[in-house]
Design a protein around this ligand. Sequence first.
Ligand SMILES: [Zn+2]
Length: 479
Amino acid sequence: MKMKYDTVIGLEIHLELQTHSKLFCGCSTTFGQEPNINCCPICLGLPGSLPVFNRRAIELAVSVALALNSAVQQKSRFDRKNYFYPDLPKGYQISQYDQPLARGGYLEIEFDEESRRINLERVHLEEEAGKLMHAGDSIFDSSYSLVDYNRAGIALLEIVTKPDIHSGREARLFLEDLRTLLLYTGASDCKMEEGSLRCDANISLRPVGSTALGTRVEVKNMNSFRAVEMALNYEVKRQEEILSADGHIIQETCHWDEEKKETIPLRGKEGSSDYRYFPEPDLLPLTLEASFIEKQSALLPELPRQRRVRFKEHYGLNGKEATLLTENRTLGDFFEAAANDYSDYRNLVKWIQGDLLYQLRESGKSVEQIEPGLLVELITLLNNGNITRPVAKELLAEMVLSGKSPHKLVQEKGLGRISGQEKLLPLVDRVIAENPEAVENYRRGKEKASAFLVGRVMALSGGRADPEELSKLIKGKIS
Ligand SMILES: [Zn+2]
């Protein structure tokens, strides 16, 4: 009989905090500059230089920890993590080891319509390493590497989950929800493509029913949420095959190869004892007053989950609508501003999730660039019968592009609804005369033929004819 296995996954997320200067010095954190210009004796670890805390980094770190329900410690400590690799000019990284900034915590995610709590181990602060650029196509056959220390010393937050995740898809959902939450706090821009949000995973399998953890493999170099899901699914299959053939998993670090879609062993995994952590002698322990932590807590914005609940209760939205509107803080803000002036909330959501989001994607604009009042104006024009639905859709596209008032656009372009027999009849007569076949079909009982004729008149009127009146007129004329 084939053995069944449970998948056990823990994630380590690294997050660059959005500060102007680095964690222990005044160097700029601006992305994409000429290599090695944002460096000083402190971030290069030159003899005699002394690190100094960046207060803003600590504020942001505490606010993220609080948003994740993690217990912020009033006393934490920084340690030197020693390792030899050229991305670190100092030969060690200032990090936190046995006294992290915050302990525990959790994030609730929706998984298969059910709420799942992913527990956290810890949240701690450390400094970012420099960036290596390997010559050639791959890290494995590179003949040399270039190093850029602009990134070295940027404030980095590490969030470590407990091994609470059980599939690649669950890992992806967790990361997506985490990213949404982090964007709400404003602590990071969470750009995976620029490396300000990164994720490593530890993954092991164990026989169903067993409580002991299997040998774990660390997977690195996953550069998108999709890559995380794919890499973990790949590892599950790989480990399953080895275990099913009575083989052993080797504890190692693997590199996800995006081209080959497989994990490739990189190096043997160090145990923490290999890093010879010891307290950073140049920094005092970090002591946070209770009032400082309370203040950060008070400054937290409403978080996505709370907002989702409020949107459902207050606006009567269903789960899907509330989720859509809270996935992105600015979209929710847009909805609330519009809902101030328009009380058919469900209808408002329909416009936002359908036509508005579509037009934003098409035009490459973001929702912040659109005035919420303009959408309300457009819907009101339609509701009052001033314009037809096809015209409303056309106007929305125009409004997103130009930012002009729909009311003005209707006047400027003469897009008002055409109604009344005297205006519609000439169009109807013309279409009937031009389409004898459809008229004949309708008379023989083909209902669809009238829809075709309505469509012809609509096209002729540039979508402006009143569709209901039109339908009655046509049927009256040809039956
Ligand atoms: Zn510096």
